[in-house]
Design a protein around this ligand. Structure first.
Ligand code: B12
Ligand code: SF4
Length: 445
């Protein structure tokens, strides 16, 4: 084997000289490559891919979600034509392996911790001939000691110079079952915890001062495993961190003691999936939210009173939504005390109950996968025409991400910190909303 090349297809490119987030998945996979095999991580957000250097003897691994699978296919076909072995893994391969098999030698289904090592051995032994069409791992193995990021990879990535936000995994899986969610289909419904000492060791060796957790629902651990959270927070509190953020659910508001400990552990903001302010949608929300605006308002107030910020995540376009839901959403956004807001369009990702329903009802629109970016209407809605839903969503985004709203929320967020920290916190207070404004704006490029 000449070398292993791990690729992340382009999405954002660089913003003010750095890419938004580090390719954490590839960093973990690169760390599983034995020392004697050269490994490279190519992040198309950081630089153009030198694909002309790819040739026989190279093993090219691409990680892709549904939205970037078309770009992954272009890269895969080119690498294949130049003689390399090509494997594609990640969310889309896990959900639709039959699609990926049409252009890759191997398709990874599920987690790659063990199957990736198996494939490396197969390729080292027999080249492309040894690569199986599908490698499958849906066992949801315990995370202890798994794919520890190596010093070779840390040096190669130069994260602090190339990326604004490093990612980090502490837990994996979510026991809820929201009808539109694919995360549980790629990380499983059993919650798995990384040992705290491994997490601390990784942060120290990577020398990262801020990070975003890849965990699907970190907040649920406040209810399911409070002792683990308390221990984690005690250890994180000892580190010199600028701040970290995670995805959560509103049940954390019941755990004020843990919230206070998390503040001391430098937890800056929870991205909370409230999902909807329309109670008629509750059956789609996996039990974590009842879609009641008043409950959300109270949770936001309780959490923010502990000094931790709240980013509200909302999904528009459920079957029970009507034009009145958009007005209600805007009224909520306007009057809420949120630090930042994400309003996305409901998207029928493969293998979700929601997509199955649309297929049965013949309501899927024929759209390329790169429209699955949660900013496009990709199905025929129930109470709107496609154009009406699109316009209602545009209206909401224009209002939510207007410069004055972003400034208003950014200042409110900044207000949480003592004056001496204002300089350090200014970027983070505005960048989340700015990032969501960009997500919505992809549609208009
Ligand atoms: C972190 C994250 C992000 C980050 C970074 C994304 C990135 N490209 O690295 C950011 C914030 C930028 C992001 C953006 C988006 N995201 Co996102 N994101 C995640 C999240 C929470 C964690 C992924 C992660 O890093 N996990 C930790 C690593 C270690 O594990 P892993 O990625 O699962 O990889 C394992 C296996 O899949 C496998 N594997 C993966 N790739 C490969 C490749 C090879 C070669 C091999 C062998 C194995 C392999 O091995 C790994 C180890 O087991 C997932 C949720 C989830 N559970 O997957 C959503 C998720 C992937 N995102 C999702 C979506 C929809 C988006 C956005 C479209 C949202 C938006 N509104 O903008 C954008 C798209 C941007 C883009 N194209 O990059 C959906 C994808 C649905 C789908 N069917 O594609 C998910 C599943 C969340 C959800 N609720 O449904 N995201
Ligand atoms: S709570 Fe979040 S991660 Fe869990 S099933 Fe619902 S959307 Fe998915």
């Amino acid at each position: 084997m000449r070398r292993v090349i791990l690729i992340r297809p382009r999405r954002d490119g660089r913003i003010l000289g750095k890419a938004p987030g580090s390719p954490y998945t590839l960093m973990r996979l690169a760390s599983l490559v034995p020392d004697e095999i050269p490994v490279e991580v190519w992040d198309e957000n950081v630089r153009d891919l030198p694909l002309d250097t790819v040739r026989e003897g190279d093993l090219v691994g691409i990680s892709a979600m549904t939205v970037d699978i078309d770009r992954a296919e272009v890269i895969a076909r080119r690498a294949r034509a130049q003689g390399a072995g090509v494997v594609v893994g990640g969310v889309h391969s896990t959900l639709l392996p039959e699609h990926v098999q049409t252009f890759a030698h191997s398709t990874m289904v599920g987690e790659g911790y063990f199957t990736w090592q198996e494939l490396l051995r197969d390729f080292a032994a027999e080249g492309i001939k040894g690569m199986k069409p599908v490698y499958r791992d849906e066992e949801w193995a315990n995370l202890e000691g798994i794919a520890t990021i190596t010093d070779r990879v840390i040096q190669m990535m130069d994260e602090n110079n190339n990326y604004w936000t490093p990612y980090l995994e502490i837990t994996r899986g979510c026991p809820r079952n929201c009808s539109f969610c694919t995360a549980i289909r790629v990380s499983g419904r059993r919650i798995r915890l990384r040992p705290v000492d491994e997490v601390i060791d990784e942060i120290k060796r990577r020398r990262i001062k801020r990070f975003f957790l890849t965990d699907d629902n970190f907040g649920i651990n406040f209810s399911t495993d409070p002792d683990y959270c308390a221990h984690l927070f005690e250890e994180l509190a000892k580190l010199d961190l600028h701040g970290w953020t995670c995805q959560s659910e509103m049940s954390i508001a019941k755990h004020t003691e843990l919230l206070e400990m998390s503040r001391a552990a430098h937890l800056d903001k929870h991205f909370i999936g409230f999902e909807s302010v329309n109670p008629d949608n509750r059956k789609e929300l996996g039990g974590k939210s009842k879609g009641i605006a008043l409950n959300a308002t109270e949770a936001i107030r309780t959490i923010r009173a502990t000094g931790v910020g709240v980013v509200g995540l909302f999904v528009m376009g459920f079957d029970e939504d009507t034009p009145a839901t958009f007005q209600a959403m805007w009224d909520f956004i306007r009057t809420s005390e949120l630090d930042s807001i994400s309003t996305t369009m409901l998207t029928p990702f493969p293998k979700t109950p929601f997509r199955d329903q649309l297929e049965r009802e013949n309501r899927l629109l024929e759209m390329p996968w790169n429209y699955y970016d949660t900013a496009h209407v990709t199905f025929i809605p129930k109470n709107f025409t496609v154009d009406e839903l699109r316009s209602a969503y545009d209206w909401l985004c224009r209002k939510t991400y207007s410069p004055s709203q972003i400034v208003r929320r950014g200042l409110r967020s900044l207000w949480r910190y003592p004056l001496r920290q204002a300089g350090k916190k200014a970027f983070g207070s505005f960048s989340t909303d700015y990032g969501y404004r960009r997500t919505y704006a992809y549609r208009h490029i």
